[in-house]
Design a protein around this ligand. Sequence first.
Ligand SMILES: NC(=O)c1ccc[n+]([C@@H]2O[C@H](COP(=O)([O-])OP(=O)(O)OC[C@H]3O[C@@H](n4cnc5c(N)ncnc54)[C@H](O)[C@@H]3O)[C@@H](O)[C@H]2O)c1
Length: 247
Amino acid sequence: MKTVLVTGAGGGIGAGIARVLAKRDWHVVVNDVSASSCDKVAADIGGTALPGDVTADPAGLAEAALAVNGRLDGLVNNAGIIRRGPLSDLDPADVDAVLGVNLRAVVALSAAALPHLSAAGGAIVNIASMAAEVPQLNGGLYAASKAGVVSFTRQAAVEWGAEGVRVNAIGPGMIRTEMAEAVYADPVMYERRRALIPVGRIGAPEDIGRVVAFLLSDDAAYVSGQHVLVDGALTQTLMAHFPQPPC
Ligand SMILES: NC(=O)c1ccc[n+]([C@@H]2O[C@H](COP(=O)([O-])OP(=O)(O)OC[C@H]3O[C@@H](n4cnc5c(N)ncnc54)[C@H](O)[C@@H]3O)[C@@H](O)[C@H]2O)c1
């Protein structure tokens, strides 16, 4: 059975990705730093729980995922964190944490999984962000870390194409998860955000999961090195803010 490791899949977007992939006959190895949420999602979808911090032992995590079914066809680097604050006042500990989880762990886990993915003709999907393309103000180094993920994705696609491994990234827009729940719990803020999105709604984790499923599938056999924005066209709205003469 095709096997995929999804990091940070104990909640939010990662859990949505895990649910979609399980429905499409993937065996999902569910990783999360929270063992209890990891166990719950794995039990719900009939997957395998592999709790752990992605920054701790990437090689061990890749080996453990391989050991589940003796093959690894997909890796979804989804675990991510944000430490908010202005660029003029960054806490070095926050910088280390954000770069460690969002970028260094993505690179290390991808490299550790490469031989297994290569043997299976597999693929990597990195969950970046629309913030890689447009800055997230007062988001600390979050946007920079995600821009790093996109750059890594493009380079890895070129370096690892010959190994038979495709590498793509997804840039979610506004998705309702724990990471953003403080914002969406406020109905006024929710409506102000919703109104900015051309497709007319805040996204759900499954919106990202379905695009992950495509990028991991043979339908995407000729797609590599891309950052696919899944944002309801939000990032394309800049000109909508410009005053225009009447038509
Ligand atoms: N929610 C959004 O609107 C949004 C938008 C753009 C990008 N993203 C990205 O999508 C991904 C998922 O975000 P989310 O909104 O679901 O966040 P979330 O906080 O709801 O969930 C993240 C999950 O990752 C886990 N995690 C955190 N650090 C970890 C670590 N070191 N090792 C293993 N697991 C760890 C958490 O326990 C949690 O279950 C992140 O990379 C995030 O940057 C989210």
